[in-house]
Structures are given as structure tokens and as C-alpha cells.
Design a protein around this ligand. Structure first.
Ligand SMILES: CC(C)(COP(=O)(O)OP(=O)(O)OC[C@H]1O[C@@H](n2cnc3c(N)ncnc32)[C@H](O)[C@@H]1OP(=O)(O)O)[C@@H](O)C(=O)NCCC(=O)NCCS
Length: 190
């Protein structure tokens, strides 16, 4: 395993959520929940748009290959109190030196605004720093993506720079943040 390689994706728990590795049979629910303008508009242009009928199946196959190669972890976000299927996804990857976002997430709009992604992102961040021992995370969001930006602010990330980037909705100002393990541990003692 190289120093950048990730171990098998573990199941993680929070008070309201189970985060478990993405499975092949998640594709139909992702195909149903994900392709909405409010979900995709601030995501990067890796997302095919309009979303093709096999978009989720292709994506899930890629997630599983990346997990098998130890390149990334991809979790399905499942509420403990139901529904039984996933309501969003969150992923984490090592710093490849390019300043690329190491953590990405989306949630079905029906389940937004309840602090659920703050909870999922906090657990995954704890995993990166306390279990994987990474020194920092590079994080990004479109400046106008206030919910995603707020999660970084609440976590104590430091704004490093603003870049012009492309997302599904077109060119945007992108905020690049760094969150250090040291700052994280100081704010959130184990
Ligand atoms: C980003 C996203 C995952 C947030 O999920 P969520 O579960 O609704 O987030 P939370 O409920 O944990 O809220 C996060 C914070 O953002 C705030 N927030 C949410 N929408 C906001 C808005 N439009 N303006 C300002 N703040 C906003 C919340 O109030 C909360 O801050 P607070 O705790 O200080 O009140 C969700 O909006 C989403 O799926 N968006 C589409 C995909 C996406 O953009 N992913 C990120 C790409 S970088």
C-alpha cells in the first residue's frame, strides 16, 4: 500500500446517520435522487449534464473501482430512522498535490437544512484526521454555494484563495480552503 493509499472503507456512525460503503445496488436510488439542478449546479464539470439514464450506474462502478484500488472512500448516507435507502453521498480522498477537493458531498433536497451533512462531514473529517492521521484537508466550493461554504466555516477551515473554476452551471469563483488536523483536534477534542 503506498502512503497515499486508503484502507478498505469502514462503516461510520453518527447520532442520526450510518455512512456505509457505496454498493452496486445503490445505483437506482442515486439515479432517482441525484440528477436535480439544485443538487448539481455547483458541482464540478466531471458530472455529465443532462444526466444520462446510466449516469448513476457508471458513477457507482467508478466509486467501487476507486475503493478497490485504495484511491478513495465513497459512503452512502443512510438515516438511522429511515428511509432505508441512501439520501446522499460523501467521499474522501488523499491529497494528490493538486489542491483538488479531498471531500465531496450531496444530499437529496428533501433532507437538506437539518444539519445532516454537517454531521456526516464531521464524522468523515474525524476519520481523516484521527483514524487515517492525515495532516490537513484541501476543500473547495463555489463562492455562492452558501451551505457548502458554511460547513467549511463551521469546521474551522481557513480560506486560502479564490480561483475561477468551472462547475455544471458555468464559470464560478471557487473558494479553496485548508483545514488542518491540529486546528480540528483543538476545536473538537476526542
Ligand atoms: C451542501 C449540502 C450537502 C448541505 O447539506 P445540509 O444537510 O442541508 O447542510 P446542513 O443542514 O448541515 O447546513 C450547513 C450549514 O449551511 C447553512 N445553510 C444552508 N443553506 C444555506 C443558504 N442558502 N445560505 C446560507 N447558509 C445556508 C445552514 O444553516 C448550516 O449552517 P448553520 O449550522 O450555521 O445554521 C446540500 O446543500 C447539498 O446537497 N447541496 C448540493 C450539492 C453540493 O453543492 N455539494 C457541495 C459541493 S462543494
Amino acid at each position: 500500500m503506498s502512503s497515499q493509499s486508503m484502507p478498505p472503507t469502514p462503516v461510520l456512525h453518527t447520532s442520526r446517520l450510518v455512512l456505509r460503503p457505496v454498493r452496486s445496488k445503490d445505483a437506482p436510488v442515486i439515479q432517482r435522487r441525484f440528477p436535480r439542478w439544485d443538487v448539481v449546479k455547483w458541482l464540478n464539470t466531471d458530472i455529465p449534464w443532462p444526466y444520462p439514464p446510466d449516469g448513476a450506474a457508471t458513477y457507482v462502478a467508478r466509486c467501487r473501482e476507486e475503493m478497490a484500488r485504495g484511491e478513495k472512500s465513497h459512503w452512502a448516507i443512510v438515516p438511522r430512522k429511515g428511509p432505508a435507502d441512501l439520501i446522499g453521498l460523501i467521499h474522501l480522498g488523499p491529497d494528490d498535490g493538486s489542491g483538488k477537493d479531498q471531500r465531496g458531498f450531496w444530499l437529496d433536497p428533501e433532507h437538506q437544512g437539518k444539519g445532516l451533512m454537517t454531521e456526516a462531514a464531521n464524522r468523515v473529517t474525524d476519520y481523516a484526521f484521527r483514524e487515517l492521521g492525515w495532516p490537513c484537508l484541501w476543500l473547495t466550493n463555489a463562492q455562492e454555494n452558501h451551505a457548502s461554504r458554511r460547513i467549511k466555516e463551521k469546521q474551522g477551515a481557513r480560506l486560502v484563495e479564490l480561483l475561477i473554476s468551472r462547475c455544471v452551471s458555468g464559470p464560478v469563483e471557487q473558494m479553496v480552503w485548508q483545514l488542518s488536523a491540529q486546528d480540528w483536534m483543538a476545536r473538537r477534542p476526542a
